[in-house]
Design a protein around this ligand. Structure first.
Ligand SMILES: C[S@@+](CC[C@H](N)C(=O)[O-])C[C@H]1O[C@@H](n2cnc3c(N)ncnc32)[C@H](O)[C@@H]1O
Length: 276
C-alpha cells in the first residue's frame, strides 16, 4: 500500500480502513472516506504522545492493550456540544411536555430523563435547569447522563466550563445556575451543585449491554446516531422504545430522523418523537 500523503507518521489507506472497521465494531460509528484526514490528525496526536513513529506500531498496541482502545475511541469521537443547543427541545419541555408529565406522573411524583451521548455535560445540565425551573421542588428528578468517552464524562462530572461556553445563556439563568470563578479561575464558570445532585454521569457504550432498569419519560439522543449505519440506528431505536415509558419522548439532533428506520414512534415536530 502506498502512503496517502507525506506526513509526520506513515499512514496508508489500509491504516484508515483498519481504523474504520475497528471503530465500527466497537461503537457503531460509520466513518466515511471524507474522514480520512480527521482520523490521521486525531490519532497522530496520540501516536506522538506515545513516542511511536508509525500507525502500524500504534495498531499493534491496540491489538494487545484494551486500555488504549478507550483512548483510541475517545480520540475519534466528536464531542461538540453546548448549553441549550437546539433550544426548541427545552422550550417544548417547559411549555408542554413537563406540564403533561406532572399530570401523568402525579402518583409517583418523579421524572426520569436519559441524556444518551451527553459529551461534556452541557446537555444534561440544560435538562436539569429546565426541570428545576418548571417542576415543583417536592418531585424526584433523575437524569442519567451517559457517554462512551471517559474524558468528556469526567468534565461533565466536574461541571466547570470556560466562561465563553456560558456567554449565550440569558443573564437571569446564568446568575441562578452558575458561579463565576475567582482569582486564577475568573475565566471559568462552575455549575450550581444543586444541578449535579440530580445527574448521574455513567460510562456506557450504546452498542453494548446497558444494564439500565429504569424506564424514562424522555430520551435525548442528539447528534450521536448521525455517524451510525441505518442498521445500527434501527436496533438502537428499537431499544430506546423499550426503555421509554408509555407515551415517552425521543429527541434527536437537527440532522437526524426516524424516517424509514423506526415505526415505534410518531413524529411530533422538529426532531421530537413520541412512543406509540
Ligand atoms: C456530538 S456529541 C453530542 C453531544 C450532545 N448530545 C449534543 O447534541 O450536544 C456526540 C457524543 O456521542 C458519543 N458517542 C458516540 N458513539 C457512542 C456510542 N456508541 N455510545 C455512547 N456514546 C457515543 C460521543 O462520545 C460524543 O460525546
Amino acid at each position: 500500500m502506498s502512503a496517502v500523503k507525506e506526513k509526520e507518521f506513515h499512514y496508508t489507506e489500509e491504516d484508515f480502513q483498519w481504523v474504520k472497521q475497528r471503530i465500527h465494531e466497537q461503537v457503531g460509528i460509520n466513518l466515511n472516506d471524507s474522514k480520512r484526514e480527521m482520523v490521521y490528525s486525531r490519532l497522530a496526536r496520540r501516536i506522538r504522545k506515545l513516542g511511536y513513529s508509525s500507525f502500524s506500531q500504534y495498531r499493534s498496541l491496540l491489538q494487545r492493550d484494551n486500555g488504549e482502545l478507550i483512548e483510541f475511541v475517545n480520540a475519534i469521537t466528536t464531542n461538540v456540544t453546548s448549553f441549550f443547543r437546539e433550544n426548541h427541545h427545552f422550550e417544548a419541555m417547559a411549555n408542554t411536555i413537563l406540564p403533561e408529565l406532572m399530570e401523568k406522573n402525579k402518583a409517583s411524583k418523579s421524572i426520569k430523563i436519559w441524556s444518551a451521548g451527553c459529551s461534556t455535560g452541557e446537555e444534561p445540565y440544560s435538562i436539569a435547569m429546565t426541570l428545576m425551573e418548571n417542576v415543583s421542588s417536592d418531585w424526584k428528578i433523575k437524569i442519567l447522563a451517559t457517554d462512551l468517552d471517559t474524558t468528556v464524562l469526567e468534565k461533565g462530572r466536574q461541571g466547570i466550563y470556560p466562561i465563553a461556553n456560558v456567554e449565550g445563556i440569558p443573564k437571569e439563568r446564568l446568575k441562578k445556575w452558575f458561579w463565576r470563578g475567582k482569582g486564577n479561575n475568573q475565566d471559568k464558570a462552575r455549575v450550581n451543585p444543586v444541578l449535579q445532585k440530580n445527574i448521574e454521569f455513567r460510562q456506557l457504550n450504546l452498542m453494548g449491554e446497558w444494564g439500565i432498569r429504569d424506564t424514562f419519560d424522555i430520551i435525548f439522543c442528539r447528534n450521536v446516531v448521525i455517524y451510525f449505519t441505518k442498521d445500527t440506528q434501527r436496533t438502537l431505536f428499537e431499544r430506546y422504545a423499550n426503555q421509554l415509558a408509555e407515551g415517552g419522548y425521543l429527541f434527536l439532533g437537527h440532522s437526524e430522523s426516524l424516517h424509514g428506520v423506526s415505526d415505534k414512534f410518531k413524529f411530533l415536530r422538529q426532531t421530537m418523537h413520541q412512543k406509540i
